[in-house]
Design a protein around this ligand. Structure first.
Ligand code: AP5
Ligand code: MG
Length: 219
């Protein structure tokens, strides 16, 4: 089984690339951001904590992240999986190593999607998400625009913005990425499993770069 990790700034295209890989290879997509957004809808103190931290662009407690993740990983069979947004710091990377043996992973591949601040900011500010089917659009990128800014092309449900997609919160998320997450590039590079991908390209070009590397391990 292949396990993929994305190390990338906010709005680099982790979710977009995960969807494309899953569509082609049937891998399971595990996004800690999505798991947190789901958990934040509960009516309890933990949900309140998650909402506040996400809105402030801060990282959520490692223990809580591990609980959500381990629960989700229990449904993985032999299909391969993508970790989108995890690990986010060295401590999470170490905790993941303790669980990795139980997962029967033949190969771990880490894709570092490199995107400059300004490009990622533009993508964040333009992001629109369908409230029903979660299809992701972008109001400022030609190929990713919905036909109408208000409704999903596919299911016609209303489009909405993420609460943390403001310039202020994005800047905090990006700064956390630089201080907490980017050191993982060095960490996985030393393990010989890291591949750099140029994220300042359109989504099909980025997918071609990733797929080219993935193919070497699948064949
Ligand atoms: P998370 O949901 O993971 O957010 P993020 O890392 O900030 O990444 P995004 O989801 O914003 O972007 P993406 O890379 O998936 O890009 P996408 O494909 O959508 O985390 C949110 C928060 O949860 C964190 O801030 C933290 O508080 C918490 N959290 C999550 N995981 C955690 C963890 N492990 N530990 C602690 N806390 C955690 O694309 C973005 C936009 O760009 C879209 O509009 C898309 O259409 C467009 N786009 C995509 N590709 C391209 C392209 N190539 N060219 C132009 N536009 C593109
Ligand atoms: Mg995402």
């Amino acid at each position: 089984m292949i396990g993929i990790i994305f190390i990338a700034p906010p709005a680099a295209g982790k979710g977009t690339q995960s969807d494309m890989i899953c569509q082609k290879y049937g891998f399971i997509h595990v996004s800690t951001g999505d798991l947190l957004r789901e958990a934040s809808k509960q009516d309890n103190l933990e949900a309140l904590y998650i909402q506040e931290e996400m809105e402030a662009g801060k990282l959520i407690d490692d223990g809580l992240i591990m609980d959500l993740l381990i629960n989700k990983l229990s449904i993985i069979n032999n299909s391969g999986f993508i970790l989108d947004g995890f690990p986010r710091n060295l401590s999470q990377a170490h905790m993941f190593e303790e669980t990795i043996n139980k997962l029967n992973i033949k190969q771990l591949l880490v894709f570092y999607i490199d995107v400059p601040f300004d490009v990622a900011l533009k993508r964040t500010l333009g992001r629109l998400i369908c409230s029903k089917c979660n299809h992701v659009y972008n109001s400022s990128i030609k190929d990713l625009m919905p036909a109408s800014l208000y409704h999903c092309d596919d299911c016609k449900s209303p489009l909405s913005k993420r609460i943390d997609d403001t310039e202020d919160t994005f800047t905090k998320r990006f700064n956390f990425y630089i201080s907490e997450t980017k050191p993982l590039v060095d960490y996985y590079s030393k393990q010989g499993v890291l591949y750099r991908v140029d994220g300042n390209k359109d989504k099909n070009n980025i997918f071609m770069q990733i797929d080219g590397i993935l193919n070497r391990y699948l064949s």
